[in-house]
Design a protein around this ligand. Structure first.
Ligand code: SF4
Length: 442
């Protein structure tokens, strides 16, 4: 037995920062056991509840007690397989979910103390076993499916339908997979190697990728059906930043969160930045700005609390980000935003008159959410948007065009990875059913 003392090599720095001991037990038949003391201690705190509230709190109902039981029995691969089969993006969700509001926020251990650190255990299992997962695939049924967009929803549908024997082609406008996970979540929260591993595994499943290619340009949805695709999935996300609709948004010192996070290296925010918004994107911008050398980073929040997860808020405080509550911008000047006080009454925010004053900063970032771009709708007759600007779907994910399904942020507006996966699982079933019914109709 060799014992190595090390930090898990690929763990993000601000998650699971425990020193761990890796036991390399070569005499065991199936597994090289890599147990982290922290994760083991946490697993030992689990009460194996008969009615596990942690599972109820998980949007995708991960079987957490079973995961922990298998972990304690050193059967990591079985645990990882169970996690992947229920949630192909388990390893991502273990890092980016709002655990404090979901599984860990519901754990009974949390009533009188700290909840079991479920996310750390899930991450340990899913990360260490990812490359060894056995992804069972049915023989090819010869049916082609087009997936537009390689974000969380597209990846989920592609994996599920490829497992069922469909021939999948993914059309992605950028040169790598991940969508919002790669171009909207900073790599200190979600290391890019995780997404690269997904791409490798998906290619090994026979999934084809057409990168740097956008449907809605020279190729339309009609062309896909004409070439024999039986069904099309749209998971193009929400990439159009919402405006604050105040004067000055076009100035050179102003950026939108999604544009900044797309490539922070390309944007010089200067020494001081004012961020408007209170969701995870605002936190991501703030923490990224700190890491890119901004000396003064302040987030202005219209209400008296943030809407981001508590974890992300606390991490941002640790990073030195400052907050100003009940404040908003009413205009932006070349020298900085005009910031006014707000009042919340019956859930509505009103701006208090004569309170606006200039806050001199180098840059302003607007982080007040995103909606889908309209390119696909404008270039494909019959696709419709709802009154919130999201893609309109029927009850089972089918759009206003037969055989064209959608889920993820393009349908719901900007939401979380786990919600995109959870909903996409249902849509994959509906697409499967739709294509089987096509056979019956002959
Ligand atoms: Fe274990 Fe907490 Fe879930 Fe109970 S609620 S099974 S203690 S993780």
């Amino acid at each position: 037995m060799s014992i190595l003392v090390s930090r898990p090599s690929k763990m993000p720095v601000d998650r699971n920062p425990t020193i761990s001991i890796n036991y390399n037990v070569t005499s065991f038949e199936n597994e090289v056991l890599c147990m982290s003391i922290h994760e083991l201690e946490e697993a030992n705190r689990c009460l194996q509840c008969k009615k596990p509230l942690c599972r109820e709190g998980c949007p995708i109902h991960t079987n957490i007690p079973e995961m922990i039981r298998l972990f304690k029995e050193n059967d990591l691969l079985t645990a990882a397989q169970m996690l992947f089969d229920n949630n192909p993006l388990s390893v991502v969700c273990s890092l980016v979910c709002n655990h404090a509001a979901q599984c860990e926020g519901h754990c009974v251990r949390g009533i009188k103390g700290a909840p079991v650190h479920i996310s750390a255990i899930e991450n340990y299992i899913s990360d260490s076993c990812f490359d060894r997962l056995k992804i069972q695939q049915a023989p090819s049924n010869g049916k082609k499916v087009a997936i537009i967009g390689a974000g969380p929803a597209g990846i989920t549908i592609a994996i599920i339908l490829a497992k069922r024997g469909y021939q999948i082609t993914v059309f992605e406008s950028r040169d790598k997979i991940g969508g919002i996970m790669r171009y909207g979540i900073p790599d200190f929260r979600l290391p890019r190697y995780i997404l690269d591993r997904f791409e490798e595994r998906m290619k090994a499943m026979g999934i084809k990728f057409r990168f740097n290619f956008t449907i809605g340009g020279n190729i339309t949805l009609k062309d896909l059906f004409a070439d024999g695709y039986q069904s099309v999935f749209i998971g193009t996300g929400a990439w159009r930043p919402k405006r604050m609709r105040i004067p000055g948004e076009t100035f050179g010192n102003v950026h939108y969160a999604i544009s900044y996070l797309n490539n922070p290296d390309a944007v010089d925010l200067g020494q001081s930045v004012a961020i408007f918004g209170s969701g995870n994107s605002a936190m991501d911008v703030a923490r990224t700005a700190v890491r890119h050398g901004c000396k003064s980073v302040t987030v202005y929040v219209r209400r008296d609390h943030v809407s981001a997860s508590q974890d992300e808020y606390e991490y941002s405080l640790l990073d030195g980000v400052k907050y100003e509550f009940n404040k908003t911008a009413v205009a932006i000047k070349d020298e900085g935003p005009m910031v006014a006080d707000t009042k919340v009454e019956d859930g509505h925010v009103t701006v208090l008159e004569d309170t606006a004053r200039l806050v001199p900063v180098d840059s302003v970032v607007i982080a007040v959410s995103q909606v889908p771009k309209r390119r696909l709708v404008e270039h494909n007759q019959g696709l419709e948007l709802n009154d919130r600007g999201n893609l309109k779907i029927l009850e089972y994910g089918e759009t206003s065009l037969p055989g064209v399904f959608a889920s993820g942020d393009v349908v719901t507006g900007a939401k979380t990875v786990v919600h995109a996966v959870e909903y996409s699982k249902k849509i994959a079933d509906e697409m499967d059913l739709y294509m089987k019914n096509l056979d019956k109709k002959g």
